[in-house]
Design a binder for this molecule. Structure first.
Ligand SMILES: [Zn+2]
Length: 415
């Protein structure tokens, strides 16, 4: 499919959106989420993702003309559209389309955005107040809602969000002595142990989640649920449940029941092994091997520090699939793009929705509720960040060694 055809396929839709039909459900660093509460069957089960921007001082904002604001909004919307295509046409074919949530870009008026901004204000957490809804955008993203409310009385939807992070230990021969520790301590554990006080919720390794071993997975889920950093979040009927105690006191379900169900899904669904395979194969050289390739590609002119166009990303994903089958050569440019796709896959969240709860099927003695599973936060990474990724890794390795000088006391990771 050509790039133009792709753009047309993912064009901006014009839907008449009514502010009163959308309720604030939460926000991350980049966007604010509103769930549809109206009766239009076309929108039922969808959420609206509104992109945010930093607060700007009045003195600074006066330098931008209306034309400049419009041009900036146009550029941001183009990136949003490319982000949707990146998810559906780069990440989707690699990970499996069934794990990708449908997304649509819709046009929104400034007054619609202003009204939602006012409506959200009382519910917003304090630490997110450094950003606001970008009123100049003109577009928003509609996505299928994984945190949903069941329509049947007494039946619930339980959704668990996990950030799996790195699922492998790097094995590249291009890793030098400076960062060689990363071959036996995973990226996640290096980060957790590169500080004086280790959070008790971090007494696990992300490789546990990818191990396929129910005991390791269950322990990891337990630790993640205790972490104050939101590594595992639970939503019952689209409402966030903050801790295990609350979950045990509520009518549905106990943490133990939920943990067992999620463990079985993580251990048996094909998503986690596929994610591990892609992360490691797309990152076969390590950042230590990628930086020289990046510099060489810049000198040769096959790459610039401007982000590749969407067609180049699609081609890189297709070439990766091809070279996995025929062990073909990897160009410098291809290696860098593969590394950045791997970086995307190390930053995603996995959403698992159990519905209806409680309805359990017994399969070979295992409890397997019906579930849907998808990945979110599949953002494109900027190519200009490659040198920074290298610097961060060198700093991380040296900090880890500073806080863990005695090899006999280090906790080593294993796949
Ligand atoms: Zn680890």
């Amino acid at each position: 499919m050509t790039e133009n055809a792709l753009r047309a396929l993912h064009s901006i839709e014009a839907i008449d959106l009514v502010p009163q039909n959308w309720s604030y459900t939460g926000e991350g660093n980049a966007s604010m989420i509103f769930a549809y509460t109206g009766t239009n069957s076309e929108l039922s089960g969808w959420v609206l993702r509104l992109l945010k921007c930093p607060f700007v001082n009045k003195a600074d904002s006066s330098v931008s003309s209306q034309e400049e604001i419009k041009a900036a909004a146009h550029a941001k919307n183009k990136r949003t559209r490319e982000g949707i295509i990146y998810t559906t046409d780069v990440i989707g074919p690699l990970i499996g389309d069934k794990y990708i949530l449908p997304q649509r870009q819709v046009s929104v008026s400034k007054s619609f955005l202003q009204q939602l901004s006012i409506a959200a204000e009382p519910f917003r957490p304090e630490h997110r107040h450094n950003k606001k809804i970008d009123l100049e955008r003109g577009t928003a993203i509609l996505t299928r809602n994984m945190r949903r409310r069941s329509n049947v009385q007494g039946v619930h939807s339980v959704t668990v969000e996990i950030k799996p992070k790195w699922g492998f230990l790097p094995k590249s021969e291009l890793i030098t002595d400076e960062t060689a520790i990363s071959k036996c301590v995973c990226h996640f554990c290096m980060k957790q142990f590169s500080k004086p006080d280790v959070d008790p919720g971090n007494a696990f390794c992300t490789l546990d989640l990818f191990s396929g071993d129910p005991i390791r997975i269950e322990q990891a889920l337990d630790c993640m649920s205790r972490s104050p950093q939101g590594k595992l979040r639970i939503f019952v009927d689209d409402t966030s449940v903050l801790d295990n105690e609350l979950l045990d006191k509520s009518l549905i379900p106990s943490w133990d029941e939920l943990k067992k169900a999620i463990t079985n899904i993580v251990a048996t669904d094909k998503l986690f092994p596929r994610l591990q395979f892609l992360q490691s194969q797309l990152d076969q050289y390590g950042i230590e091997g990628i930086l020289p390739k990046f510099n060489r590609a810049l000198s040769a002119g096959s790459l610039t520090t401007n982000d590749p166009c969407i067609g180049e990303w699609i081609q890189a994903a297709a070439e990766f699939e091809k070279r996995c089958n025929d062990n073909g050569e990897v160009s410098d440019k291809q290696a860098v793009l593969e590394f950045l796709i791997s970086t995307t896959l190390k930053d995603i969240s996995v959403m698992i929705c159990l519905e209806p709860w409680p309805t359990l099927q017994i399969d070979n003695g295992r409890v397997l509720p019906e579930y849907t599973i998808a990945i979110i936060d599949t953002d494109m990474k900027h190519i200009s960040k490659v040198p920074e990724y290298f610097r961060k890794k060198v700093v991380l390795a040296s900090e880890y060694l500073r806080y863990n000088p005695d090899p006999s006391k280090r906790r080593l990771c294993y796949e």
